[in-house]
Ligand binder design. Structure first.
Ligand code: NCD
Length: 304
């Protein structure tokens, strides 16, 4: 699939062949980046929700290829504060940029923006729905570390209800022969619509509540933060706050080759004591955001 001029909204829009193609392009770009590849191209980064890694790695990605950035990271400093609709903002910004990267608290906001915009839109996270560029970098990280995307036992831990990174990643992994294990409190189970997709793709998965029981069988443990800002009530959040904490202690029964991933930021679910262990893969995972986002930007702009 040629991505020139295309939007990146949901992992559901990508087949296996296209996913692998993007990962190959990221590998090529990482080994041999061309500092003038996106010369003269402008990326608009519209962030209606907080971000560190996603926004900064998108910005670094395009700047290292010769492109420029406009945008905002605080909607209160944009015309949104005056009551401008998202659709209007998009129609204005598309006149100033070649691609729009959008993060928004509402599910479906990126799809709406893509319907309105003539230029490509990249979803940098829409509420609890999807975060496709995070998924591409997660897959890139797994492939680089394990040498494959098939024949892996992957555990997802934490907030599987509101975490968009786990929704996107599970959707993408249905193309690969993996075994999935969803570890969460009952309140934060993986949504039925994601489980249904996996059933249709005949991916085997199980649901667990105990991390200690699950961890010994895993090749990858993908941890997530409890998404406090997406809870309907403070009481519900209180019920699950601090429910899991991955530490050297909880990893004693883990396989030597277990690798821990986390989209970050972490709060209290991943002990910094794990950082120096052979299991920690999350800082490298964050660094992989650069080549993966460079590949996606360059493909969308028809440069590779
Ligand atoms: C994630 C997000 O924004 O969904 N962060 C990220 O992009 N690396 C995860 C989170 O906020 O917990």
């Amino acid at each position: 699939m040629d991505l020139e001029g295309k939007d990146v909204i949901s992992m559901r829009d990508f087949d296996k062949e296209t996913i692998l193609h993007v990962l190959n392009k990221a590998r090529e770009i990482e080994s041999c980046p061309d500092p003038a590849l996106l010369m003269g191209k402008i990326m608009a980064a519209l962030f209606y929700e907080p971000s560190t890694r996603t926004r900064l790695s998108f910005e670094a990605a395009i700047k290292r290829l010769g492109g420029g950035v406009i945008g905002f990271s605080d909607p209160d400093t944009s015309s949104t504060a005056k009551g401008e609709s998202l659709a209007d903002s998009i129609r204005i910004v598309e006149g100033y940029a070649d691609v729009i990267v959008l993060r928004h608290p509402l599910e479906g906001a990126s799809r709406l923006a893509a319907d309105v915009a003539i230029i490509p839109v990249i979803n940098a996270g829409d509420g609890a729905n999807q975060h496709p560029t995070q998924t591409f970098l997660d897959l890139y990280t797994i492939q680089k570390e394990k040498g494959r995307l098939e024949d892996l036992r992957i555990g997802f831990l934490g907030d599987l209800k509101y975490g968009r990174t786990v929704h996107s990643l599970a959707t993408a992994l249905k193309h690969f022969a993996v075994e999935l294990c969803f570890i969460s409190p009952p309140l934060l189970r993986m949504p039925e619509y994601v489980l249904h997709e996996l059933d249709e793709a005949k991916i085997s998965y199980r649901e667990e509540t105990s991390l200690e029981d699950a961890v010994r069988h895993l090749d990858i443990l993908y941890c997530t933060r409890i998404q406090k800002e997406r809870f309907g009530s403070a009481i519900d959040h209180e019920k699950v706050r601090g429910v899991y904490r991955v530490s050297k202690q909880t990893l004693v029964s883990a396989h030597e080759e277990l690798r821990i991933m986390h989209p970050l930021p972490r709060v209290d679910e991943l002990d910094p004591g794990v950082d120096e262990s052979k299991h920690a893969l999350y800082f490298e995972q964050a660094r992989n955001g650069i080549p993966v986002r460079q590949a996606l930007l360059a493909m969308i702009m028809g440069k590779i």
